[in-house]
Design a protein around this ligand. Structure first.
Ligand SMILES: [Zn+2]
Ligand SMILES: [Zn+2]
Length: 510
């Protein structure tokens, strides 16, 4: 036993995944929090000057640590303490945790009752027959509680919905595996359905003696969890659930292997999607959303944009051309919405078109919008009416916005000003502006991650910005003040015109 432990320890130092709390440095924690969705995943560090970006990063790290601790059921200290570091060394699933909270309003789902599956690539650890049995057993666990049928088809069959395989390091998708320990597997939501196991783990099939060793991993247990994703489930913050992100060691005194049962949280969540086996199959009511990180999804996204442009009437709307605009935001549907008075326009070809009352586009929304922005990470369009925060989910299947059920909220007191404009800085931060002050903001936690004097961080910004317009040029924004508009180059961090551009010139009505 001692020898085995020693071997395991010396082996572990070579791994890329952290295996001991002491190996969790700040950089390791930052990588961990980034890959599992707790920290701003935009690859470039803040483009603000280094003094300010260090302070901002420290505050964002603290918030990310708090989110992780809260999701994982640890005391929320915001500090990288020993229990937090220890949890970061646990074996776990590779799918980010934070999607769970942020994709409210959508459900990944198969829209048919018969789901075909196949194992395409095997591991040397487990025989082909046992691997196929493991997947079949794991699917049975789900099949007992929902009205879907799982049918195995030949490897490579074009009929397969769920394709299972083993892979190491960089493989066919955007999520490279990390060697032994750390991430064990990942799976894609419907309609993708792919499931990959990290072949750098030691996979074990139904062998209780082998499973007592930390270095070995239970194939069936991980398969049940991953197939939950393939069926549409996100991670659960119920630590006892099969869908909790962390691997549960199989410590059992029983002489025979027992297939891990679903927890009541898993059953409740999967039945919310598909109904129960007793009720029978429910026909599809919503179109599942594609997984965004695949090429296929990007193509879908492009088609959505084309669809919106083609579908919306050009011109149209009877609202008088506004003298001042309140703010604007580009939606994930590709359209840029400009708010003025109680109306919303679409900015098409640098012209304001298609005016409608705000509440006609944003149901149960504010009558007036004083600041607006889309968070690219959550895809929510966030509208402010003074200090009331609304959030909208774009539903591509119906081509409409739905209010997010957790909103409206009253803006956190920690934002010490009333926002007059909101925009996405080039590093992905959502920035709220008000007078000479700004805040970076997280709508899910309704909290600023940083508040400071604007001119200390955004070089050359006028102090009376009432709206920020994106003119379609990457890295460029238009800062709108009562005197007119100023172009701003976010890379060079400077205003590009000395005389303000008149309102009628940068956004004329058609
Ligand atoms: Zn998972
Ligand atoms: Zn993969």
């Amino acid at each position: 036993m001692a020898l085995l432990l020693l071997l395991a320890l010396s082996f572990s130092t070579a791994l890329s995944a952290p295996t001991r709390p002491n190996s969790v440095t700040k950089d390791v924690a930052l990588r961990y929090l980034t890959s599992f969705g707790y920290y701003n995943a935009i690859p470039h560090a803040s483009q603000m000057d280094s003094r300010s970006s260090a302070a901002l990063r420290a505050q964002q790290l603290e918030l990310a640590v708090k989110k992780f601790q809260s999701f994982a059921g640890l005391p929320v200290t915001g500090v990288l303490d020993q229990p937090t570091k220890k949890l970061m060394t646990r074996k776990r699933c590779g799918i980010p945790d934070f999607n769970a909270i942020q994709r409210e309003g959508f459900q990944f789902k198969w829209d048919k009752q018969d789901i075909r599956w196949t194992v395409e690539k095997f591991s040397d650890d487990v025989s082909q027959g046992d691997t196929r049995r493991a997947i079949g057993q794991a699917l049975s666990v789900w099949q007992e509680v929902i009205p879907l049928n799982f049918i195995e088809v030949a490897p490579g069959s074009s009929e397969a919905d769920i394709r299972v395989g083993f892979a190491t390091a960089v493989h066919e998708d955007a999520y490279p595996f990390d060697g032994p320990g750390g991430v064990l597997a990942h799976a894609m939501f419907p309609p993708d359905g792919r499931l990959h196991f990290d072949d750098d783990e030691n996979w074990v099939y139904m062998d209780v003696e082998k499973l007592k060793k930390y270095a070995n991993t239970d194939l069936i247990a991980v398969a049940i969890h991953e197939l939950g994703h393939s069926l549409g489930l996100e991670h659960s913050n119920d630590q006892d659930a099969i869908m909790a992100p962390f691997y549960h060691e199989q410590v059992s005194d029983k002489p025979h292997y027992e297939v891990p049962p679903l927890h009541e949280d898993d059953i409740r969540r999967i039945q919310r999607i598909y109904g129960s086996r007793n009720d029978g199959f429910r026909p599809e009511t919503t179109v599942p959303r594609p997984v965004r990180t695949t090429t296929e999804a990007i193509e879908t996204q492009t088609r959505i944009e084309v669809g919106v442009e083609g579908g919306s009437p050009s011109g149209g709307g009877n609202a008088p051309c506004p003298n001042q605009i309140e703010d604007s935001a580009k939606s994930i549907n590709g359209a840029t919405y400009v708010f003025a008075d109680s109306n919303v326009w679409e900015l098409q070809g640098q012209r304001l078109q298609n005016s409608r009352p705000i509440t006609a586009v944003f149901p149960s929304g504010p009558r007036r919008v004083t600041a607006a922005v889309t968070n690219p990470r959550t895809e929510l369009m966030i509208l402010f009416d003074q200090r009331t925060v609304y959030a909208y989910v774009w539903d591509a299947s119906s081509g409409t916005f739905h209010p997010h059920r957790d909103f409206p909220k009253t803006l956190s007191d920690l934002v010490t000003f009333t926002p007059t404009a909101a925009f996405e800085w080039r590093d992905g931060n959502i920035v709220l502006l008000g007078g000479d002050t700004f805040a970076t903001y997280d709508e899910n936690w309704n909290t600023p991650t940083f508040v400071h004097k604007t001119t200390d961080y955004f070089n050359g910004f006028p102090e009376d910005v009432t709206a920020v317009l994106s003119n379609g040029q990457p890295g460029h924004i238009l800062l709108v003040t009562p005197a007119g508009g100023y172009g701003y180059d976010m890379n060079a961090q400077k205003v590009t015109n000395s005389d303000p551009i008149p309102r009628q010139q940068f956004a004329p009505c058609s």
